[in-house]
Design a protein around this ligand. Structure first.
Ligand SMILES: [Zn+2]
Length: 141
């Protein structure tokens, strides 16, 4: 049954970055027969509410009406929890993998932060000085 729940969760996309699932993002910390334990990426992130709502919907649809969603704030989510598959997808999506500020377009490390506020409250806007392309970078650490 837990495997079935994991499979349902693997089909729930992150509301901000639909190419990556909530499992790949690393916010699902544990699954028991009674509950799904979730740690939001960032307390100020409006996507956190949407994620819980989407997980609820997916569980209900799959018949897991009795499975609760528990939110745990400690330990805090870090970008280290993003799976390798998730990192590869972020890169393909044009978002710099957390922990680096390499340009997703050309791979150059000659990058600079332009703004603390990118396309969403969770991302900062960076620019590559080699190819001059701007890109989003996670700042929710
Ligand atoms: Zn570049």
């Amino acid at each position: 049954m837990r495997d079935d729940i994991w499979a349902v969760l693997a089909g729930v996309p992150d509301p901000e970055i639909p190419v990556i699932s909530v499992v790949e993002l690393g916010i699902v910390r544990a699954v028991t027969d009674a509950a799904v334990v979730v740690t939001p990426t960032y307390s100020g992130c409006p996507a956190s509410l949407a994620i819980s709502r989407d997980i609820r919907k997916a569980l209900d649809k799959a018949g897991f009406l009795d499975v609760a969603i528990k939110t745990e704030l400690a330990p805090a989510w870090t970008t280290d929890w993003i799976s390798d598959a998730g990192r590869a997808k972020l890169l393909a999506y044009g978002i710099a993998p957390p922990g680096t500020a390499a340009c997703p377009q050309c791979g150059s490390l000659a990058t600079e932060e332009i703004s603390r506020f990118g396309s969403t409250p969770c991302k900062a806007l960076w620019r590559c000085t080699a190819c001059r392309e701007p890109f989003d970078r996670f700042k929710c650490i």
